[in-house]
Design a binder for this molecule. Structure first.
Ligand code: DC
Length: 230
């Protein structure tokens, strides 16, 4: 069976990673959550005090220390799911909280951060056999990916999903705060100067507002089968 690159882009909290992860596991591909990489850089900035109370990022300090940031993924032996590591430390929970979520769009809008992470992502896909999800995978990271999907869902449905996720983990959050955060991130992601979020011309559109996870997964598997069988 030929190996391909599967690029999954779309808005935040629309279930991209769940379906991408499951497909990768089922077909034996590597799965890379590129949002986790931007989140890990954001966590590094927060820990070093490089994000001011007004949300501005100290770009000079970040640029100076860029080589000190090493992001890797390690499989969780129990769940077989990848865990994000920042300089060897598992930060999977820390990068999913509201503090990182509130600042990640600003960090992801910095050109030199994107250049570094895009380079790493392209290296990860050199041998193909990879499912990568993010915002610019089909447009900037792998413009020649054999299968591109652009996922969307309404902002309130996405906020509800993120709220349920945090509740399940026992993390405090208000639905209104999350909704505001989702809408604000949409705005920043779509309007930033470098690689704004947009659907690639040759990407398939999936609006999953009213689809179950099982339905989305089946749809994605079908698209994958179509590409590898032809
Ligand atoms: O998918 P996510 O919510 O974990 O992404 C976190 C942030 O990173 C989001 O604001 C968009 C940004 N991002 C990006 O700009 N490019 C990517 N390839 C992935 C994420």
């Amino acid at each position: 069976m030929k190996k391909i690159i599967i690029a999954i882009d779309g808005f935040s909290s629309c279930g991209k990673s769940t379906m991408a992860k499951d497909l990768a596991q089922e077909i034996g591909y590597i799965y890379i959550d590129t949002g986790a990489m931007y989140r890990a850089v954001t966590l590094y900035c927060l820990r070093n005090g490089w994000i001011g109370t007004d949300g501005t990022v100290n770009e000079d300090e970040l640029r100076r220390h860029l080589d000190d940031i090493h992001i890797t993924f390690r499989l969780n032996p129990d769940t077989q799911r990848p865990m994000t590591c920042l300089n060897g430390e598992v930060v999977e929970d820390a990068i999913r909280g509201l503090e990182v979520a509130s600042h990640v769009s600003a960090v992801a809008a910095i050109g030199f951060v994107r250049e570094m992470l895009v380079r790493q992502q392209q290296e990860m896909g050199r041998e193909k056999g990879i499912v990568m999800d993010g915002r610019d995978i089909g447009t900037a990271v792998f413009p020649d990916a054999e299968l591109k999907v652009f996922v969307t869902a309404s902002a309130s449905i996405r906020a509800q999903r993120r709220y349920d996720e945090l509740q399940a983990k026992g993390q405090e959050a208000s639905f209104e705060d999350i909704l505001r955060n989702v809408e604000e991130r949409d705005r920043i992601d779509q309007t930033r100067a470098v690689s704004p979020l947009r659907q690639a011309d040759d990407a398939l559109l999936l609006d999953n507002s009213h689809l179950t996870i099982a339905e989305q997964k089946a749809w994605l598997k079908e698209q994958y089968n179509k590409v590898v069988q032809c």
